[in-house]
Design a protein around this ligand. Structure first.
Ligand code: SAM
Ligand code: FES
Length: 347
């Protein structure tokens, strides 16, 4: 019966919320078959290619206080850092030498940088490396700012919605943040022509399997080009320090179901997955993911972008070790490629 549901999902790219729920509740029985179908689906559009993005974590200052996040403003136990605009550009330069053709600029919501700063950084990277894509992951910004950054040359924007359930959103964030503003940003990003990424954590506090099942209707509605999901991982210095981390296995099933629901989506096997399980990223690729985002930040700051406990940050996940990554991915029958790796639009 589970197999028939997966087969129908593969054929129609959709199930009812109750049907998704059945699969999620029985993830242990279904995950191997779902992964196999997800990989076949991915191959139809992207073959055995895995795209890499150089991740530049440029600042761990943040004005927000998301209850789950290790770099939240209220965490006084971390050493803060920010890269200068020149340092960000030079990370991209060294990434280019290593073969990267997409750079992801991610940070806390650090008000130290102005729109002008970001526009200059984007412009400079695009000028030096016109064959590259620039992805931003800067959190929520005004409509005007998102427009300016697009006009400056940004190609893509990652802004996880974190949960499609408004009440659940309230439990993950303080009152200073709002679900509506998150949705407004996602709407702006689409209107301005960004390739858009949304996403959520699997196993975040108060999340139910029903919430996970309902994510698919949201994803179908937004129809993003990218979806970033990873397990929630506890951070000891946050209000959620007593909650357990999410499950890597359930995350893998969610990856497969997302691939089958949005066949062309660019889907990373995330660092969080690789943190919970040493083979997590390979397993993610074998569950339908097709993107990896190795770290390009300078070694001196890498350990400070601690979103959750024990985040992998010094070894093979780093961009400098792209050769080891290539070999690891080869073992899954896939091949890392270094082109921009754009979304395949329907023709
Ligand atoms: N400030 C930007 C934003 O809010 O989109 C980008 C940085 S934020 C740290 C990137 C993502 O990290 C969040 O969207 C969240 O899903 C994830 N994250 C934060 N804390 C986490 C945790 N404890 N476990 C797993 N993922 C986490
Ligand atoms: Fe701002 Fe996590 S609270 S990046």
């Amino acid at each position: 019966m589970y197999k028939a549901l997966i087969d129908r999902l593969e054929a129609d790219s959709f199930l009812t919320a109750d049907e998704y729920l059945t699969l999620i509740e029985n993830y242990k029985q279904i995950s191997a078959y779902a992964a196999q179908r997800a990989v076949e689906t991915k191959k139809k559009y992207y073959g055995n290619k895995v795209f890499v993005r150089g991740l530049i974590e440029f600042s761990n200052y943040c004005r927000n206080n998301c209850y789950y996040c290790g770099i939240r403003a209220g965490n006084k136990n971390i050493e803060r850092y920010r890269l200068t605009p020149d340092e960000i550009v030079s990370c991209a330069d060294s990434g280019y030498e290593l073969g990267f053709r997409t750079f992801v600029l991610q940070g806390g919501e650090d008000t130290h940088y102005t729109d002008d700063d970001f526009c200059r950084v984007i412009g400079e990277i695009k000028k030096r490396h016109p064959d590259c894509a620039v992805t931003l992951s800067l959190g929520e910004r005004s409509t005007e700012s998102l427009k300016r950054l697009k006009d400056a040359g940004a190609d893509r924007y990652l802004l996880r919605h974190e949960t499609a359930n408004r009440e659940h959103y309230r439990k993950l964030h303080p009152d200073s943040m709002s679900f509506d503003n998150r949705l407004r940003c996602i709407d702006d990003l689409k209107r301005f022509g960004y390739q858009v990424g949304v996403g959520f954590m699997v196993g975040s506090p108060y999340q139910t399997d029903r919430d996970l099942a309902n994510e698919f209707a949201f994803l179908r509605k937004v129809n993003p080009q990218m979806v970033g999901i990873g397990p929630f991982i506890t951070h000891k210095d946050t209000p959620f320090s007593d909650f357990e981390s999410g499950s890597a296995e359930k995350t893998l099933l969610m990856l497969s179901l997302i691939r089958l629901t949005l066949p062309r989506v660019l889907l990373p096997a995330t660092t969080a997955l690789g943190t919970l399980d040493i083979k997590g990223r390979e397993k993610g690729i074998l569950a339908g993911a097709n993107v990896l985002m190795p770290n390009l930040s300078p070694v001196s700051v890498r350990g400070k972008y601690m979103l959750y406990d024990n985040k992998i940050c010094t070894g093979e996940e780093a961009a400098q070790c792209v050769e080891c990554l290539k070999n690891r991915i080869k073992t899954t029958g896939h091949e890392i490629v270094t082109d921009r790796g754009d979304y395949k639009n329907e023709v």
